[in-house]
Design a protein around this ligand. Structure first.
Ligand code: SF4
Length: 361
């Protein structure tokens, strides 16, 4: 290491510990830091923003109501054309039965997720939401995705504002930010039929105008450069500066098995921890960084709690998209409580807006 490099490293280290916003250029250099040093700096930043050692989780259920999708993304093992899962569509009664089970198990949140269905129109979605809302007024619907919203508005020939407002009026509460990688070069290569980076941003602005919240995610390890990873984070930080609607950031590594990108070497655990830590430091306007126990495994998720993460996401009672790639991690509520406790933190059951429901001292 030469002197000027050491100087820059030390200067950046001080800026991080002082809680300052860092530039994209500086964030890129963090990939060269040792993972432990980076994790400690991120943990410090987490403490500045969120001093308590509490880690939240929500009891939710992802309901993949259909896997019929015309986008055929290269990284997806779930849609019917990937040939791993038979094409299906759940009826509204099947969906409602799953919600009943969730409520019986103390659950509070439903994530309805489908593909870009070639035949569904806004009315199909409105009927689904209204029926659920009437039967389960208490359930929180954190559902669909920016790509689905762009798809619905395109199929119906109506504006995004009208699409989002109608869904909200029917009873939709918020929309997960399903961001993949917000880098056009990668999107064109792996998911050319999904919404573009700019359309994703427009969905966020629309949600903001309609008074709804969202989250941001990141699927990395799809052949992008380190600079493109930072470019993704920059899109998210900018949109959060503009709207303030992003409740959480959720990174996960791309799992190439059973997809058309099977030749890609999976990202490592060190890559994951660095992404979590850099996200905590760079995304200084997002309070909750989620540890991905489902995709990264429970033990790595525990380590992530020492490297900037402060939320565990959902105790999912059903999930089939990740399962389609061969990952089979499952967890119960008691398992989640032990997982958080054993990492030296206090487990807290939260609602979808991150309010505490119950704490497990
Ligand atoms: S990732 Fe989503 S949009 Fe892409 S093929 Fe899979 S279900 Fe369809």
């Amino acid at each position: 290491m030469n002197n000027s490099h050491t100087h820059t490293h030390e200067k950046l280290r001080s800026e991080i510990y002082e809680g300052k916003r860092i530039s994209a250029e500086d964030a890129l250099t963090l990939f060269r830091w040792h993972v432990i040093e980076l994790g400690m700096a991120a943990d410090h930043r987490r403490k500045l923003a969120f001093p308590q050692e509490k880690v939240g989780f929500v009891i939710d259920r992802i309901i993949n109501y259909t896997n019929i999708c015309e986008a055929k993304c290269a990284f997806c093992a779930y849609h019917a054309h990937a040939g791993r899962v038979e094409p299906y569509e759940l009826t509204i009664n099947e969906i409602c039965r799953k919600i009943e089970e969730l409520i019986e198990g103390g659950g509070t949140q439903v994530m309805l997720q489908g593909g870009l269905h070639p035949d569904h129109r806004l009315d199909n979605y409105l009927t689904m939401i209204k029926t659920i809302r009437e039967r389960f007024p208490e359930i929180y619907l954190h559902s669909f995705s920016p790509a689905e919203l762009v798809h619905i508005s395109g199929k119906n020939g109506i504006s995004l504002d009208e699409t989002v407002q109608s869904l909200k009026d029917a009873g939709l509460n918020s929309v997960p930010g399903a961001s993949d990688l917000l880098v056009d070069r990668i999107r064109n290569a792996v998911s050319p039929k999904k919404c573009t980076r700019e359309e994703w941003c427009e969905v966020m602005r629309t949600l903001y105008r309609c008074g709804m919240t969202s989250t941001a995610t990141m699927t990395y390890g799809m052949g992008e450069t380190l600079a493109e990873r930072i470019a993704h984070l920059e899109v998210i930080r900018d949109i959060q500066d503009e709207t303030g609607i992003l409740k959480a950031f959720i990174p996960w590594s791309f799992s190439p098995a059973r997809t058309r990108l099977e030749h890609i070497t999976p990202a490592t655990g060190v890559d994951y921890l660095k992404i979590v830590a850099i996200a905590r430091i760079f995304l200084d306007n997002i309070k909750f960084i989620q540890a991905g126990w489902l995709t990264e495994g429970t033990k790595l998720a525990q380590v992530a709690l020492a490297a900037g993460a402060n939320d565990m996401g959902g105790v999912l009672t059903e999930e089939v998209v990740v399962k389609a790639t061969g990952i089979e991690t499952q967890i119960t509520m008691n398992g989640m409580i032990s997982l958080i406790r054993d990492a030296g933190k206090m487990p807290v059951q939260r609602d979808s807006q991150y309010h505490e429901i119950r704490r497990f001292e």
